[in-house]
Ligand binder design. Sequence first.
Ligand SMILES: C[S@@+](CC[C@H](N)C(=O)[O-])C[C@H]1O[C@@H](n2cnc3c(N)ncnc32)[C@H](O)[C@@H]1O
Length: 278
Amino acid sequence: MYRKAFIDVYLKHGFSFDEARSEIDFALDTLFNYGYKDFMLGKSLEQWQTAKLNKVIEERVLTHRPIQQIIGQAFFYGRKFFVDKYTLIPRPETEILVKEVLNISQNIFNPKILDIGTGSGCIPVTLLLENSNIIADAIDISTEAVETAKKNALFHNIQNNLNIYKSDLFENVTLKYNIIVSNPPYIPLKDKDTLQIEVRDFDPPNALYTKDENGIEYYEKIIKQSDKFLLPNGFLAFEIGQNQAEIVSILLKEYNFTIKNIVQDMNNIARVIIAQKR
Ligand SMILES: C[S@@+](CC[C@H](N)C(=O)[O-])C[C@H]1O[C@@H](n2cnc3c(N)ncnc32)[C@H](O)[C@@H]1O
């Protein structure tokens, strides 16, 4: 019954039923470890729990702050990650990038991987949890994101295998890698007003925007400098934005990479590009 009352609050503020249901289930799970089964069994919430959930939902519907940011947790690849206002909320599309990097890693002995722009650390933490042969480093320009990524590494108990540090792209990077992975900022600043409020007003701006027209500023910088940081036959693995596959492919070929794979997301948008150095 109470679940319906919470759903009604969402509906009253113009959210869809599906959004309401999935967010309430997410909140019940992350806040109280309370699953759908508990609801079906008629387990009720205690007064303090109802009050807490009310507060969270009120902030969500009135401000449009994403529920993951309000609660401070998000799911990625089926696991919990801490998030905050300094880290992008991990997206399902990025799981495709992780899957592709895991595929390549299978054929490399003790693969060394660098994640550029790690945010919450969701990419390298997941890679290490899925393949214990991987050795990974992760960098971010944001001091706060580096701290959150370290917290996630500790939470998932892989802190000894993952070196996370602050760097403006390759500025402080000294080693060479088999794979450089990145989900960099790729939205041209001029497109800011076309974004959902949840993204535009709450994701950290330095996780989203580029200064150039096409959103390829970071791909270009990484591709141009990658030679120095890739081992022979090394790979670049990028998440890309809508309509960027062609232009990023051209750039990669220009710098002697062979395109190995372009993978579409659930909306048939080319979302991940994998290239290998010739
Ligand atoms: C789109 S977010 C991706 C975060 C995370 N990897 C994910 O997939 O959820 C881009 C990240 O790049 C970082 N970033 C932006 N400019 C950077 C730079 N010059 N050097 C390193 N990291 C940068 C941002 O702080 C942000 O964490």
